[in-house]
Design a protein around this ligand. Structure first.
Ligand code: NAD
Ligand code: IPM
Ligand code: MN
Length: 359
């Protein structure tokens, strides 16, 4: 039994999650995957109604009782400080210690490839984004806030342990998945302490993987190279904030935000159970709540649907995951595109075509 907690969240998060859940349920029936799906109402509406972001103890309950968490998206213009998102998304990443944010970037069709003189085959790499430290830890503060002399800081926290485990995870993935090259991106030319640590760790860890070709790029150069020659990349490892930015770029290489999936995981043994052989994970599309198109029924559900495939794969249901990937490929090949991809399909139509392709 796969026990899945679902937080649809805000904006198009609600719309794409509804579509993705239908695909999940249909896949569960087809492949005999017993599902126990618990839908939770955490998000902006709940927070504005009764002040609840995440109930106390909820993340501990996930650790005990849940195998995977599926999140649509959080973010609402009425909550500009993202208070609820910190408790729902960032707290789950931090408290479950989901240090790998795995974000695959693969272009499914030449029709979606945004680069001149490149084809879909040139865009196929994965990003290992560090997910538990860096500039995201919330250390910092204000001094003389609101005055002309205001000081504002956010510390960029990098630990030896944290850097080493994400770099090792990237290499281990490369070996296990037959990927030849690992590229580490930092900004060690400017950030002489924190990113020098990344340099030293990378130099040390790569010695354990002599079969892997390694490369270092400063993050600004990586942004340029990903446009100029994406075919040169297999696995990219970088810190939390750079990984956030570079995976939106990656989403654009896939065809758009509506196609990019992600998994937040901790591959260490402590979190494993028979029902979750790879530990508990938080699975979410890379995109946000897209207030500009929310409520119109035109959000692209394919990112969320591909995220379901990532989740099932992580839970050990590889056949079911592959079947969803095949169905999505069929729909893309048929040119069923929502407006973000230049088409006129609705969320519902795209979902129905995926369901039909699943059979
Ligand atoms: P966004 O990803 O929501 O949207 C960026 C652009 O991409 C918009 O033009 C949007 O219409 C388009 N887009 C995104 N997903 C799409 C989809 N599935 N189909 C079609 N078009 C899609 O980023 P943003 O506008 O910077 O952020 C909106 C809110 O979402 C903010 O509050 C932000 O903090 C939050 N956010 C949340 C997450 C998350 O929950 N994981 C991720 C990113 C942003
Ligand atoms: C993402 C999002 C989040 C992040 C925001 C909503 C805090 O952009 O998952 O990519 O920066 O991690
Ligand atoms: Mn992001």
């Amino acid at each position: 039994m796969a026990r899945i907690a679902v937080i649809a969240g805000d904006g198009i998060g609600v719309e794409v999650t509804a579509a993705a859940l239908e695909v999940l349920r249909a896949t569960g029936v087809k492949h005999g995957v017993p599902l126990d799906i618990e839908e939770l109402d955490y998000g902006a509406e709940r927070y504005l109604r009764d002040g609840t972001t995440m109930p106390a103890g909820e993340i501990d309950r996930f650790r005990r009782e849940i195998d995977a968490i599926f999140l649509g998206a959080v973010g609402d213009p009425r909550i500009p400080d993202m208070r609820h998102a910190r408790d729902i998304l960032l707290a789950t990443r931090f408290e479950l210690d989901l240090y790998v944010n795995f974000r695959p970037v693969r272009c499914l069709s030449d029709a979606l490839c945004p680069l001149k003189r490149k084809t879909a085959a040139d865009i196929d790499f994965v990003v290992f984004r560090e997910n538990t430290e860096g500039a995201y830890v919330g250390m910092g503060g204000n001094f003389k806030k609101g005055t002309p002399d205001e000081v504002a800081t956010n510390e960029d926290v990098n630990t030896r342990k944290g850097v080493e485990r994400i770099v090792r995870a990237a290499f281990a993935y490369a070996v296990e998945h037959g990927r030849r090259r690992v590229c580490m991106a930092d900004k060690s030319n400017a950030l002489r302490f924190a990113h020098d640590l990344w340099q030293r760790v990378f130099t040390e860890v790569k010695k354990d993987y002599p079969q892997i070709e390694t490369r270092h790029l400063f993050i600004d150069a990586l942004a340029m190279e990903l446009i100029r020659g994406p075919e040169a990349f297999d696995v990219i490892v970088t810190n939390n904030m750079f990984g956030d930015i570079i995976t939106d770029l990656g989403a654009a290489l896939q065809g758009g935000m509506g196609l990019a999936a992600s998994a937040n995981i901790n591959p260490s043994e402590a979190l494993r159970r028979p029902s979750r052989p790879n530990g508990i994970g938080l699975f979410e599309p890379v995109h946000g709540s897209a207030p500009d198109i929310a409520g119109k029924g035109v959000a692209n559900p394919l990112a969320a649907i591909q995220t379901v495939a990532l989740m099932l794969e992580n839970l050990g249901y590889e056949g079911a995951a592959k079947d969803i990937a095949r169905a999505v490929q069929t729909v893309v090949n048929a040119g069923v595109f929502t407006p973000d991809l230049g088409g006129s399909a609705t969320t519902a139509k795209t979902r129905d075509r995926v369901l039909a392709a699943l059979g």
